[in-house]
Design a protein around this ligand. Structure first.
Ligand SMILES: *Cc1c(COP(=O)(O)O)cnc(C)c1O
Length: 381
């Protein structure tokens, strides 16, 4: 390997861009029409394609995934407590709190880091109105069990599916799970519209309310019915979405090759634990490769491996650390829920680089570095 390769900086992700000429065509048209936002033709076309791709009856694009989640929660008129996971990005918990709802934290399963459905029922009170699980790293939650609990206790289920765009479980689009889902189209996600996101549901009343809320609650020229906000997607975002959607499957398969290689190599290293999922039933989008570092077996801890890789120009992320209930902004909140596994795993988790343009030789180099550390340690014993 050349010196160049050894010195190159690799980040945990890199946004996917379509061929410039493809986007340019849309730009020329936007310059002609001067239609920049407010459900222009590209936004409408994009919504149509998303409905078909995600196999949902209702879909609305928004300025980002966070606002999609906030507005779904607001549209459902929830009250009281919402059972959720702290092992997620800040957005999930913030969306609940910013709606005046109280998050009740449920622990996760170590095997895949999603909410532990077996622990949900004991957290339900007469104040509980909904469950907000997260398909974290694209790992599908226990959709069936969560649905059974929700039905039994008459609760809404809203999935934070920010990581799960385009995924399938038993051949069925993951977007169909629960009462509604939110997807994020942020630059760093599997599929991007620069910034952006969407709300999906099969409930017309919910999407209608999200639609009203995302444009200030304005019904018509003289009538403002709801305290909404501005969360509209614009035409530049929609155009990026139309371009990127065309290449999504081809990009997904590129990442799958890298992902499979990572798993093959890393599964052989003592003390490096991969997340478990049903490989026959689940079609991932291959955007994250998290590992759990078990110091006793691996020899060094997560923070040491993070530093060691960083010194080699490999910028991995302690993702998700800290968990959201440990954020400074929540220190005065007296949130309920006992989450020892989420707490521990957040101290052992490391997310490795994985993106469409990542090269196989780079993944090999990362695996070599992770492996070498182990061998060094074994020879020491
Ligand atoms: C990215 C992300 C969001 C928020 O999406 P944005 O499009 O960035 O607003 C919400 N939840 C999770 C789990 C995310 O990773």
């Amino acid at each position: 390997m050349s010196n160049n390769v050894m010195n190159e900086e690799i980040y945990v992700t890199k946004p996917v861009l379509p061929p410039f000429e493809e986007y340019e065509e849309y730009l020329r048209d936007i310059w002609n029409t001067h239609q920049l936002t407010n459900l222009g033709k590209y936004t409408l076309e994009f919504i149509g394609q998303l409905k078909e791709y995600l196999d949902v009856e209702q879909c609305l694009t928004l300025c980002n995934g966070h606002m999609a989640l906030e507005m779904i929660l607001q549209a459902m008129n929830l009250s009281g407590e919402v059972i959720t996971t702290p092992f997620t990005f800040a957005s999930t918990t913030h969306a609940i709190v910013r709606n005046g709802l109280t998050p009740v934290f449920c622990d996760i399963k170590e095997s895949d880091c999603t909410i532990d459905a077996d622990k949900i029922e004991s957290l339900i009170t007469d104040k509980t109105s909904a469950i907000v699980p997260v398909h974290v790293y694209g790992m599908p939650c226990d959709i069936k069990k969560i649905e059974e609990i929700a039905k039994k206790h008459n609760l809404k289920v809203i999935y934070d599916a920010a990581h799960a765009f385009g995924e399938k479980v038993n051949g069925e689009s993951i977007a169909k799970a629960g009462d509604a889902s939110m997807f994020s189209f942020h630059a760093t996600k599997a599929f991007n519209t620069i910034e952006g996101g969407c709300a999906v549901t099969n409930d017309y009343d919910v999407i209608k309310r999200v639609y009203q809320l995302h444009n200030f609650g304005i019904m018509d020229e003289e009538n403002v019915e709801y305290v909404g906000a501005n969360a509209k997607m614009n035409e530049f975002q929609a155009a990026m979405g139309l371009c990127n959607l065309k290449h999504f499957e081809e990009n997904r398969l590129k990442r799958k090759k890298l992902y499979d290689y990572y798993r093959e190599r890393l599964s052989k290293i003592k003390g490096i634990q991969l997340l478990k999922y049903d490989e026959d039933a689940v079609e991932l989008n291959y955007t994250y490769c998290p590992i759990i570092v078990n110091e006793d077996d691996y020899g060094i801890n997560r923070d040491d491996l993070h530093k060691l890789l960083g010194e080699q120009g490999i910028h991995v992320r302690k993702y998700f650390y800290p968990i959201t209930n440990e954020f400074a902004c929540y220190k005065d909140f007296d949130f309920n829920g006992d989450v020892p596994i989420a707490h521990r795993v957040s101290r052992q988790i490391l997310t490795l680089p994985l993106y469409t343009d990542l090269e196989m030789y780079q993944v090999q180099r990362i695996c070599d570095l992770i492996e070498k550390r182990e061998m060094k340690n074994e020879s020491r014993n």
